[in-house]
Design a protein around this ligand. Sequence first.
Ligand code: ADP
Ligand code: ZN
Length: 516
Amino acid sequence: MSAAPLLRQVFGFDGFRPGQQEIVEAVAEGQNVLAIMPTGGGKSLCYQLPALMRDGLTVVISPLIALMRDQVRALTEAGVAAAALTSGNSEDENAEVWRALSARELKLLYMAPERLASGGTIPMLKRAGVQAIAVDEAHCVSQWGHDFRPDYLRVGELRAALGVPLGAFTATADSETREEIVARLFGGATPRTFLRGFDRPNIHLAFQPKDGPRAQILNFAQARRGQSGIVYCGTRAKTETLAAALNDTGLPAVAYHGGMEAEARRAVETRFQREDGLIVTATVAFGMGIDKPDIRWVAHADLPKSIEAYYQEIGRGGRDGAPAETLTLYGADDVRLRRGQIDEGLAPPDRKQADHARLNALLGLAESATCRRVALLGYFGETAEPCGNCDICDAPPETFDGTEAAQKVLSAVLRTGESYGAGHIIDVLIGNATDRISQRGHDRLPTFGVGRDIPKGQWQAIIRQMLGRDLVRPDPERHGGLAITAAAHAVLRGEERVTLRRDLVSKARPAVAIRT
Ligand code: ADP
Ligand code: ZN
């Protein structure tokens, strides 16, 4: 099976993280690969996914039993035949792994490098139909750093004995370590090397709440007349209507979506590739195969699915390194739609919760009070300085200390038992004695009416920003009632301040519906 459907069906991800796709493709092609990615960047997927794309077994060398256990459990739950040979296994467990190996039932086998020292391991692997080796935390083979594990040196032997491609993965990027990895694991052959931080500094980042969205997109495109751009739309119908609207203003635009004949789609791709200044209004179906270096702008007429999807889509701009601009619109309809898609999906509850949290993270980015690149890279585990190339750095929004307001919300959430949506919480705060409020006795709570001084719409905006900061989170176990998060405790205790954006609150027009 090819990468994209497996990514979705087995791992439940909407898109690749930065850098993953190229690495997955190279590993799946059977190339020797050295991949350096930041911690949290998603290295495991870069060998797990190719393992499923090819016939045969992938052996994963990993230094920590706990890590192996976690991964094997997650893979098994996702229906992947994976196992680990560790010193922590019982005799029976090991016997079962050996049996599965000789029956060639496994796709992934994890083992610690120490295991290679025992005489039977390499001959056994030779008989087990191994097609690739993956080395996690590959810097452990290097004496240069401080994680040196002598048994990692045996991995080179294993590779020589099996004669299969090897992928080495690490977060350690310094050149000494890299040279040692290449020398010791690849026996002198030069692997294809991927060294990827996540930042794409030439891409300007900007978000706006929907406020006459069609005009917002048309103006953005008008101001970039003559430049190639993509407008990502949430629905097929919108790709058509927006293309027509752009054409009406004299801008060349064509629609592209999965409902079109393959031939028509190919024609759009070719035209976009060749023609300067063409705009494609598209669903997410557009882009996978597009290799156009000079896409100067990418707009989102609707909120993307997740931060990963957002990053991947804007990342199609400015591949030549020259400046590229982006604009992402978000509104109440998007959030309702995305929440609904998650809730109505067939994923198990914990996956749904993770999807909601990922959507919250994207909303947090949309309503960030500080540099968007700092927030975006932070999500991928990288630290950065304010970038000077996003709308927030261009014009920092006015902020205010929202700690007290946040504490009132958290307290109302706690006192009502973390089971109610934002609407009910706001009714408690503003002292709105609805039937539901009085039936449950919430009008007798000390928090009842403590937020009378702030209008309803502003409370919505405050809670929305709190969702974005992950201070409150919809709990799928309680029909999406808001629950407080670990981070919220510090706020309740007054140890952590909450800085909110004034523009998003004082506008008071509910741009984005919070979950109620
Ligand atoms: P690393 O080994 O690079 O530190 P992991 O492989 O443990 O990182 O991945 C870090 C986290 O990112 C995991 O929770 C994983 O589920 C998640 N992740 C990886 N790839 C993706 C993706 N394409 N989309 C969403 N989440 C992802
Ligand atoms: Zn910035």
